[in-house]
Design a protein around this ligand. Structure first.
Ligand SMILES: Nc1nc2c(c(=O)[nH]1)N[C@@H](CN(C=O)c1ccc(C(=O)N[C@@H](CCC(=O)O)C(=O)O)cc1)CN2
Ligand SMILES: [Mg+2]
Length: 284
């Protein structure tokens, strides 16, 4: 068996075409969405992601607002930048790029973002709304995974999903999304304390690897025909390595590879959230 590739780039491009139409409709009502980013420090991966977010904004008619701060930025300086974007009428939505340098408190920073401008869906109020099932911006990587599975007709209702990793941007909120009535999947969230990871992965119809551990998911762990989505990115001297070993493509039914699978969907969902935040604030 060779897996069908869940092509995140092609899906992102289709979503961008849909968003262009919605941005044009907002423009007719006098609203141009403006996406802000706050980047602290010089991590090359984070710099590349922020650059890419602004490039895609340009492609669909969203204005860009960049706040790039040095690695030595204090918590007070970071919070002053957040306050500035909260008050800036040109900035309809924004995000704080993660991870922040270790001396900064990411939780306090995220909590200070105006929840009505939270393009990333990571404000505690919006995560709380996700728990309650209320309408709110959703975290970009998890909602990108659900969107990718839906657009390839991978069945979710009744599916057994094993999520490996419990980070706040991917693993933990993904379980909340997949167990909504609209998805109706059954989710097991594995982590470094899981006793028999191979057994948990082997029983899954859908595996999401978001542990940041290179090659963690091997072919012998995967049920033949399962859908496997690689979210992990490890930077090595020979390049980027995902959490999913390449041999998994011979066993899986569907594979979202890294690169080219979930990553491009993260950016597509950020842009969709930004448009939806602007629409919500316009129409109430
Ligand atoms: N504030 C946030 N911080 C982080 C998020 C997030 O959603 N909000 N997610 C990740 C980083 N991220 C976006 O910010 C992101 C990661 C990966 C990709 C991507 O397209 N990856 C490529 C390949 C990897 C690479 O080139 O480095 C791919 O999969 O094809 C896009 C966005 C953590 N921080
Ligand atoms: Mg910290």
């Amino acid at each position: 068996m060779t897996a069908t590739i869940l092509d995140g780039k092609a899906t992102r491009d289709a979503i961008l075409d849909e968003l262009r139409v919605r941005v044009a409709a907002l423009a007719e009502e006098g609203i141009v969405p403006g996406l802000g980013t706050i980047l602290v420090g010089d991590d090359p991966g984070s710099q590349a992601y922020v650059r890419s977010k602004h490039n895609f904004c340009r492609k669909i008619g969203i204005n860009s607002i960049r706040r790039d701060l040095p690695a030595s930025t204090t918590q007070a300086e970071l919070e002053a930048t957040i306050d500035e974007l909260n008050a800036n009428p040109d900035c309809t939505g924004y995000l704080v790029q993660l991870p922040l340098p270790g001396h900064l408190d990411a939780g306090r920073a995220l909590e200070r973002v105006d929840p009505a401008k939270d393009s990333d869906g990571l404000h505690p109020t919006n995560l709380g709304k996700l728990v309650l099932g209320d309408s709110a911006p959703l975290p970009c990587t998890p909602v990108g995974i659900v969107e990718l599975l839906r657009r390839y007709d991978v069945p979710l209702a009744g599916a057994r999903v094993t999520v490996v990793g419990r980070g706040v941007t991917a693993g933990r909120p993904l379980g909340l999304l997949l167990t909504r009535r609209s998805e109706n999947a059954t989710v097991t969230n594995c982590h470094t304390g899981t006793k028999d990871l191979a057994a948990e992965v082997r029983r899954a119809d859908i595996v999401v690897a978001a542990a940041g551990s290179a090659g963690l998911i091997t072919a012998d762990m995967v049920k033949p025909g399962a859908a496997v989505l690689d979210v992990g990115v490890t930077r090595t001297e020979s390049g980027l390595v995902g959490d999913v070993h390449p041999d998994v493509a011979k066993v899986a039914g569907f594979l979202a590879p890294m690169p080219g699978g979930v990553g491009p969907m993260t950016i597509a969902m950020l842009l969709r959230n930004t448009v939806e935040v602007a629409e919500r604030n316009l129409r109430g």
